[in-house]
Write a protein that binds this ligand. Structure first.
Ligand code: PLP
Length: 463
């Protein structure tokens, strides 16, 4: 057993290139190799337990090894694991499509499956683009996209083209298509230098200027409803989403809601759009869809978009897009079981006190010396660390304060990942109040330990 553990740790470093990871540094530390999951906890090959504070990258909802999902998958394995959806169909995919139409914001009645968040976004972009081509005439000039600074929609070329995070996207800029970027609704670091007492929705006005000038050439605007997740869990002020939805309608621009991170209960509603009664033209979802069990995604669209693709084959209106594992039976089965748990366990109802607990715990952190801002939306929390609270001056990025805090938390049995100097709180929705309080306690201690005790020293090192 000891031999196996040592081999796994060595072979991991030898053979695996980890995503979003500087491998030269990764190799310096002993890797954390997960052996199993139990509820909201992960157990490594040494038997050490870690609370899964990132929901296995924002997708685990009901905890690991949920008996209902496990049983549904075993039963499905007794029938078939996968057959294609190209031209033929299968029962779990059909059942799930019906469920998604019932759950989603009204009007989204057609489901196109793929297998991850980026592909769900690619599908939405291509559908929007081709929709206007099929409309013909002057509409065919609508070939561009509008997106937000600090937005993140995935790592494929199209998804990156509508991304607004330079750290991730700048290196690939020559490969990407042109997108008009509008200001991010990042109130803590408002692009217009305003605070909420003086805000006159300047960011919305700036978006309107883009749409007024460019609307005729814009096919769609893509937005992460309510929370720009990878951009730093930036929570938009209430009313922002509704306002941009209205603008899209006014300028004949399709609205793509990227609910990959926010969908399936994360914000306290099934989909974030519901908070503001927004009905997008297209909606991309993935992550939590299968309860975090399997790679599966869907792009939902309105009937008028779907109808524009209908015609004789010779009219060349077919949507030529599809992935091998589109509509995979195991993925769809896991998603159906996950939706079943939402209903049976009244997950959204039970979330209400947890959201309140997170709120009070975040407020306590607000008082710390190096906490500039705390943000929350449902069971998404964020703590932005700063060098100087009064001026909001960030730490020198080379100090990597966020990473240091997360490393300290890991030593205490909590697994979290930062976004720069933003500490992200994204536990499974199934987390108990007790574990949630414990998690927030570890985060507070880790922030204090790293920023208050070691800040001057690490700053010196960076200099
Ligand atoms: N869209 C949003 C809003 C996301 O947060 C992510 C991933 O974090 C993606 C798209 C890409 O999803 P995936 O990593 O499954 O490709």
């Amino acid at each position: 057993m000891t031999h196996l553990r040592a081999w796994l740790e060595k072979a991991d470093r030898q053979f695996i290139w980890h995503p979003f990871t500087q491998m030269q540094e990764y190799g310096r530390e002993t890797p954390l190799v997960v052996r199993e999951g139990r509820g909201c906890w992960l157990v490594d090959i040494h038997g050490r337990k870690y609370l899964d504070g990132v929901s296995s990258l924002w997708c685990n909802i009901h905890g690991h090894r949920r008996p209902e999902i496990d049983a549904a998958l075993r039963a499905q394995l007794g029938r078939i694991a996968h057959s294609t959806l190209l031209g033929i169909s299968n029962e779990p995919a059909i059942r799930l499509a019906k469920e998604l139409v019932d759950l989603a914001p009204a009007g989204l009645t057609k489901i196109f499956y793929s297998d991850n968040g980026s592909t769900a976004v690619e599908v939405a972009l291509k559908m929007a683009f081709q929709y206007w081509q099929h409309r013909g005439g002057a509409w065919r000039k609508k070939t561009k996209f509008v997106a937000l600074r600090n937005g993140y929609h995935g790592d494929t070329i199209g998804a990156m083209s509508v991304g607004g995070i330079d750290l991730f996207h700048a290196a690939f800029r020559p490969l990407l298509f042109k997108t008009y970027l509008a200001p991010s609704p990042y109130c803590y670091r408002c692009e217009f230098g305003l605070d909420c007492t003086r805000c006159g929705w300047e960011c919305v006005a700036a978006l309107e200027r883009i749409l007024r000038a460019r609307g005729r050439e814009v096919a769609a605007m893509i937005v992460e409803p309510l929370v720009q997740a990878a951009g730093g869990m930036i929570v938009a002020p209430r009313g922002y989403l509704k306002r941009i939805a209205r603008l899209c309608k006014r300028y004949h621009v399709l609205l793509i809601a990227d609910e990959v991170a926010t969908g399936f209960g994360r914000t306290g509603r099934m989909f974030a759009c519901e908070h503001e009664g927004v009905r997008p033209d297209l909606l991309a979802c993935s992550k939590g869809m299968t309860g975090g069990y399997m790679p599966l995604a869907a792009t939902l669209c309105r009937l008028n978009i779907y109808d524009a693709f209908l015609g004789r084959f010779s009219e060349q209106k077919t949507f030529f897009h599809g992935h091998t594992f589109t509509g995979n039976q195991l993925g769809c089965t896991a998603a159906l079981a996950s939706i079943g748990i939402f209903k049976k366990d009244r997950v959204l109802e039970k979330l209400v006190p947890k959201v309140e607990t997170l709120r009070t715990q975040l407020e306590q952190l607000r008082g710390l010396q190096h906490v500039g801002d705390v943000r929350q939306c449902g069971l998404i929390g964020a703590v932005e660390l700063v060098q100087d609270r009064e001026a909001g001056t960030p730490f020198d990025w080379r100090q990597r304060m966020g990473a240091q805090v997360c490393r300290a938390a890991r030593r205490n049995g909590l697994l979290i990942r930062p976004l720069g100097d933003v500490i992200v709180i994204m536990p499974p929705l199934a987390i108990s109040e007790r574990d949630l309080r414990w998690m927030m306690g570890v985060i507070g201690d880790s922030i204090r330990d790293v920023t208050e005790r070691s800040a001057p020293e690490t700053q010196r090192k960076a200099e």
